[in-house]
Design a protein around this ligand. Structure first.
Ligand SMILES: Cc1cc2nc3c(=O)[nH]c(=O)nc-3n(C[C@H](O)[C@H](O)[C@H](O)COP(=O)(O)OP(=O)(O)OC[C@H]3O[C@@H](n4cnc5c(N)ncnc54)[C@H](O)[C@@H]3O)c2cc1C
Length: 434
């Protein structure tokens, strides 16, 4: 049967563009369909890309990628209403090729990746929304309906890279049910400041940048926060567990305003002008919420397959999306060439994910999102640790210095933390992060 394309990729985010690059470079006819007017126009995130996986796809990507700053400082901050405890790491090694993390604006970064797909021969169709799947009478996916007149397109393989709410994966029955507890809402402000001011306040120079991940500071709603530097803007955001946010009945922008007013954050953004406010849902539960990844004629990659890794000290989605898109592209090429585009012919996709960081990290960290968002880690431990440190460094002469063991015991009791819970959470944390 003749088809319009060999493969149709839905969504020109990082997952979709990487899938399209691989297919087009293998000489396959591939359509990359994006609902926005250009790739990246609809997309937002915190701000840091970890592009190591691009070494395979675009060698020396750093010479051409639209990067704002190279992350050379990475801090983890623990906030209570009146305290801040920061572990701050800096490495000059990260400020030189092949680099580690980089800040970038999504409209720039996604458009750049999609340009690579087009340069390789993919047909990028923008301002076009895929509205459903076309199926053979035997159930196999054979194309997509779009919102264009006469807009049906056919192909033996469709790769759904349509992001966190993936209507295609749901339509195909790959998600058994959707549980709001598996999702968080991320809201972010992009605040403009002169480059020199950012350099001075964040203690960086030239193209060096900073990534601050925050535990606490979310007004009692389970979640976290972040601060990232671009060249002349600072991104400040919070990530909030949907069910807790709904229960508290506080607006996300009020929570963000409170974080921005915290004494540890306010001086960093003082005098800045808000350029943009954006919000997006995150598939937070990782491995525990992943759908089935293939069906006959269909693969799901990136956020559409819940591949964002949100594990407290790590919030990485773009690299997981790029890698899963790449591997879906490779599996599609294999299936097209073997003439078997059923789920059995697409098995190479899962195999590639299993053999690489994508599913290996997700499996290892499968309990981490739940642990990090638990009430104890969110509300009890930060206060206990901050109080412990405050007492350690409070000079209360003429009294002598208290022993750390004693204050730990006292603060644990004051915070209402049971030893058994502490041991259990410590063990889960050790198994996940150790
Ligand atoms: C607040 C927040 C902060 C984050 N911070 C970071 C971070 O700092 N670093 C990091 O690595 N990750 C971060 N993430 C996660 C990251 O943004 C995602 O994991 C990543 O964007 C997933 O890429 P994707 O290609 O799978 O999906 P997306 O980037 O969501 O792309 C999906 C694409 O599909 C298109 N689309 C959707 N439906 C259709 C349709 N029916 N028809 C046609 N096109 C369609 C969309 O317009 C979009 O272009 C953050 C996320 C949020 C919300």
């Amino acid at each position: 049967m003749s088809t319009d394309f060999d493969a149709i990729v839905v969504g020109a985010g990082p997952a979709g563009s990487c899938a399209a690059i691989v297919l087009a470079r293998a000489g396959k006819r591939v359509a990359l369909i994006e609902r926005g007017p250009f790739a990246g126009s609809k997309n937002m995130y915190g701000g840091v890309v970890y592009p190591r996986i691009l070494d395979e796809l675009i060698p020396n990507w750093w010479e051409e990628a639209p990067i704002q700053r190279w992350v050379t400082r990475r801090s983890t901050m623990l906030l209570t209403d009146t305290q801040a405890l920061t572990i701050d790491f800096r490495s000059q090694n990260w400020g030189a090729p092949p680099y580690n993390g980089a800040t970038a604006y999504r409209p720039d970064f996604d458009a750049w990746l999609a340009d690579h797909a087009v340069a390789a021969g993919a047909v990028l169709v923008t301002s076009t929304t895929v509205t459903g799947l076309i199926r053979h009478t035997n159930g196999a996916v054979t194309g997509v309906h779009t919102d264009r007149p006469d807009g049906d397109l056919t192909a033996p393989i469709v790769i759904a890279c349509d992001g966190v709410n993936s209507f295609l994966a749901k339509e195909a029955g790959l998600y058994p049910d959707v549980d709001a507890d598996n999702y968080t809402l991320g809201v972010k402000e992009t605040i403009s400041l002169p480059k020199e001011t950012i350099d001075e306040r964040f203690a960086v120079t030239d193209r060096e940048g900073v990534d601050i991940e925050i535990l606490g500071g979310t007004n009692g709603v389970n979640g976290g926060g972040f601060v990232y530097t671009q060249l002349d803007t600072v991104a400040v955001g919070v990530v909030l567990k949907l069910s807790k946010l709904a229960a508290q009945k506080t607006r996300p922008e009020q929570i963000l305003a409170k974080l921005k007013a915290h004494p540890a954050i306010a001086p960093l953004i003082k005098g800045g002008e808000i350029k943009e406010y954006s919000a997006h849902v995150i598939p937070e539960a990782g491995y525990e919420m992943m759908p089935k990844l293939t069906a006959d004629g269909l693969m799901v990659a990136g956020d559409a397959a819940a591949m964002c890794l949100a594990a407290g000290i790590w919030l990485e989605g773009v690299n997981f999306a790029m890698a899963s898109g790449m591997y879906a592209g490779e599996a599609a090429v294999e299936a097209i060439e073997s003439g078997n585009c059923n789920a059995s012919g697409l098995a190479g996709y899962r195999k590639r994910l299993e053999n690489t960081f994508v599913l290996q990290d997700h499996k290892k960290l499968r309990h981490a999102p739940h642990l990090v968002l638990s009430d104890r880690v969110q509300h009890l431990y930060p206060q206990m640790v901050a109080n412990l440190v405050e007492r350690m460094f409070t000079v209360d002469n003429p009294k002598p210095k208290p022993g750390i063991r004693r204050i730990l015991k006292q603060e644990r009791k004051r915070a209402g933390v049971k030893l058994s819970d502490l041991a259990r959470d410590g063990w889960t944390g050790f198994r996940s992060f150790g």
